[in-house]
Design a protein around this ligand. Structure first.
Ligand SMILES: [Zn+2]
Length: 96
């Protein structure tokens, strides 16, 4: 079963089709503090990430990625910041 992005309202799954669109999937960080920040940004009540939880690359800014290697990696301490929650769209647009 393909892994599903943990973000609310995001329908990206880890499939070949999605991969060809240039979307990558990233596991939640092992560092507890950073992981907590990720969980908080999801705004999903009662959500706790498991070791197999992933977020897709659409929730990160370009500068959060390290694309120098063959595998696209997230930089240490990168926090997801792009979520298309309808109620939050305006606020996010203003603050960034
Ligand atoms: Zn996603």
């Amino acid at each position: 079963m393909p892994q599903h992005c943990a973000a609310n309202l995001c329908s990206n799954r880890r499939t070949v089709d999605v991969r060809t669109r240039g979307i990558t999937f990233h596991k939640f960080p092992k560092d507890k503090n950073v992981r907590k920040k990720w969980e908080a940004t999801l705004q999903r009540e009662g959500f706790t990430a498991s070791d197999s939880s992933v977020l897709c690359s659409e929730h990160f800014k370009q500068e959060d990625f390290d694309r120098t290697g063959q595998i696209v990696r997230l930089r240490d301490g990168a926090i997801p910041s792009i979520f298309s929650f309808p109620a939050d769209l305006q606020r996010v647009g203003v603050s960034s």
